[in-house]
Design a protein around this ligand. Structure first.
Ligand SMILES: C[S@@+](CC[C@H](N)C(=O)[O-])C[C@H]1O[C@@H](n2cnc3c(N)ncnc32)[C@H](O)[C@@H]1O
Length: 255
């Protein structure tokens, strides 16, 4: 299974994605926008999917949502009919030069061609504008969650410490501007969690037999854990935000 086909897998589960994936905390979006706060903001939600990150951005500025997948975009438009939603990608953003104050990327930077995305984002951002990459991650520092990851045979992705903090490669057009983590617990149930897992690219592209076998192991594990055995629980999620600021001057090869 190629990275490209995994990157394009989400549309097949667009409605389930919108229903079961967690949202993002307001505090994470406020922190991301801190360097440009004040005044009327022009915001880009890049790789907007069904609009999970668009939602908390709406009260903070005028939002354009760019998303390549038609099914994901249709979910976004159904939920937020007033949003300016456009077809496009990180490598070809349908916006003029210097037209936004901030570009936010939820759960998607890892799908981009980083060099081409950096160049496009540097082009559409005004000097001093913000690029923030944001990820929701299950908090595998919590014992029952790390146990579930062992049972699922998944790799833990939660940031463990300062050495782990820089998740975006360095780029000449951007200065690193910090990293922050925010708690984002998600109330769910065993079947809600399975439905959420079913919207991840690994599940969408897995052999159906293997996927069901994984889910059966996870169900059995959750039934045996005191934290989840009653059926309803909070999934401990942390929201990681990496913030960069576009330099005032960028080399002509970039923008
Ligand atoms: C895991 S979803 C995240 C959606 C949304 N940002 C969120 O936080 O829920 C990843 C999204 O990235 C989109 N995507 C994949 N490759 C992309 C690219 N090169 N440029 C822009 N979006 C891309 C997919 O279509 C999908 O909607």
């Amino acid at each position: 299974m190629t990275t490209c086909s995994r990157a394009r897998s989400f549309g097949a589960a667009a409605a389930a994605y919108a229903e079961h994936r967690p949202g993002y905390p307001d505090a994470a979006v406020d922190w991301a926008l801190e360097p440009v706060a004040g005044g009327a903001l022009r915001l880009l939600d890049l790789a907007a999917g069904t609009g999970k990150l668009t939602e908390p951005m709406l009260s903070r500025g005028a939002v354009v949502a760019v998303e390549p997948d038609a099914a994901m975009r249709a979910e976004l438009v159904a939920r937020f009919p007033d949003v300016d939603a456009r077809e496009g990608s990180a490598e070809a953003i349908p916006l003029p030069d210097g037209s936004v104050d901030a570009v936010l990327v939820g759960q998607a930077w890892h799908w981009f061609d980083a060099d081409r995305a950096f160049a496009e984002i540097a082009r559409v951002l005004r000097p001093g504008g913000v690029l923030a990459a944001i990820w929701n991650r299950d908090d595998t520092r919590v014992e029952w969650v790390s146990g579930m990851y062992e049972v699922g045979r998944w790799r833990s992705a939660v940031v463990q410490g300062p050495d782990d903090e820089l998740r975006l490669p360095a780029h000449e057009a951007f200065a690193a501007d910090g990293f922050a983590q925010f708690p984002n617990p998600a109330p769910t149930t065993v079947e809600g969690l399975i439905a959420q897992l079913n919207t991840h690219s690994w599940a969408l592209t897995a052999d159906p037999g293997e996927r069901e076998a994984t889910f059966e192991r996870v169900r059995a594990y959750l039934a045996g854990r005191p934290e989840t055995a009653t059926g309803a629980f909070d999934l401990p999620i942390v929201t990681d935000v990496v913030r960069l600021v576009r330099r005032e001057r960028v080399p002509s090869s970039t923008a």
